[in-house]
Design a protein. Structure first.
Length: 384
């Protein structure tokens, strides 16, 4: 096979001294070369890579992920999203494929990340999240001509049984409230229960968010470990205020007056207008609020968290509110989201049981009628 040159970076062919055939391509000063035993085999290899970018063999996966997180996620996404992606990368992705050359990463390597997570018994949703992070990172690498093909294809995620959403019984609520009855946070806990608010939404609430005339709350922000930001869905939504909720708000206002909270005195704090500040008149850290509830519950021999108050709200209202109403209160964009999280809880209601009972009660009546008719049939003796 004689040497053949092709224009426009298409590469050239030549026969090597050992009888093999080679193809070399140069694009933007970067060169790659492949060889094969026969011209046919060589052409098949060329088809697979001819239109792909030429990537430096020294480019390591961890270098790309660091660059991607810093340039595409941090400035363009919410801080909470960046933190989640960064945690997923550092804990699950980096230990498995971070050391590999970007060009050498195959679907089996991506599957290895999921396999390691499965060994550690992570939830299906967490593994899906890790897969999505990898897909987004490699998609960007393809768009930037750093990678030819996204290796996140045909990845299997183990399907596990969903863990039961923790809800509190009336007795457990009584014990929790009893433990917190002298705590300055008791009104916030009761308010969270009757509104179904997320922890971050609750702690970010201001008095100006409350519409006492129409009895609604405007949920338009959320507090996280990195500070104040958008809600989880990045959209504002309205939550109705029951008489119980209004009562707890009044109790909280009296609490702030009773303790002479700095937010009522200091001018620099008054502007924040917080409903549930700490005793210094500023935001309480979300993790600190979590510990207050968890420790109080543990003292009473039960398990509880701010989020299980949200679950309990859904459980206690499931037979009164419609799916659409629950979705609106929780601030979910779609009813499918509400069903995905709380479907089993919502559908497993006494209303469904009563409907089933009604169906089979009718069946019993029909069976009785049929049997009664059979009993009234006269039996004739056979004629010999």
């Amino acid at each position: 096979m004689s040497k053949q040159r092709n224009p426009n970076g298409q590469g050239n062919f030549r026969k090597l001294a050992d009888g093999r055939y080679a193809w070399r391509q140069t694009i933007d000063g970067k060169t790659r070369e492949i060889s094969a035993k026969t011209p046919k085999e060589l052409k098949e290899k060329i088809k697979q890579i001819a239109n792909l970018p030429i990537i430096s063999e020294k480019y390591i996966a961890t270098e790309w992920f660091d660059r991607w997180l810093e340039n595409y996620i941090k400035p363009l996404k919410k801080q909470a999203t960046y933190n989640q992606y960064d945690d997923i990368y550092r804990v699950h992705i980096k230990p498995v494929i971070g050391h590999k050359k970007l060009t050498n990463i195959k679907p089996i390597d991506i599957q290895s990340v999921i396999t390691e997570m499965n060994k550690k018994d992570y939830a299906t949703q967490t593994m899906k999240h890790a897969k999505n992070v990898m897909k987004c990172a490699f998609d960007r690498a393809v768009k930037d001509n750093i990678l030819g093909v996204n290796p996140v294809i045909n990845i299997d995620i183990p399907v596990k049984q969903k863990k039961e959403r923790k809800t509190l019984t009336n007795e457990e609520l009584r014990l929790l409230f009893d433990r917190l009855k002298t705590s300055r946070w008791i009104h916030s806990v009761k308010f969270a229960l009757v509104t179904g608010l997320r922890r971050g939404e609750l702690l970010a609430l201001e008095w100006s968010d409350i519409d006492f005339v129409n009895k609604t709350i405007n949920i338009n922000k959320s507090l996280s470990l990195t500070g104040l930001g958008d809600t989880k869905t990045s959209k504002a939504h309205y939550v109705p205020l029951s008489d119980k909720a209004l009562g707890y708000l009044n109790d909280q206002k009296q609490q702030l007056i009773k303790e002479n909270n700095p937010i009522l005195i200091k001018d620099e704090l008054k502007e924040s207008n917080l409903i549930f500040p700490n005793n210094q008149g500023v935001y309480i850290r979300p993790d600190s609020y979590y510990k207050i509830i968890a420790r109080a519950a543990a003292k009473m021999g039960i398990k509880a968290s701010p989020h299980c108050l949200r679950h309990t709200f859904v459980y206690m209202t499931r037979e009164t509110l419609t799916l659409k109403e629950i979705q609106a209160v929780l601030g979910h964009d779609e009813s499918t989201t509400t069903l995905d999280i709380y479907g089993d809880m919502i559908n497993n209601s006494s209303k469904t049981i009563n409907k089933i009972n009604d169906v089979f009660a009718k069946l019993d009546e029909e069976v009785k009628i049929i049997n009664h008719k059979k009993d009234n049939v006269l039996q004739f003796k056979k004629i010999k």
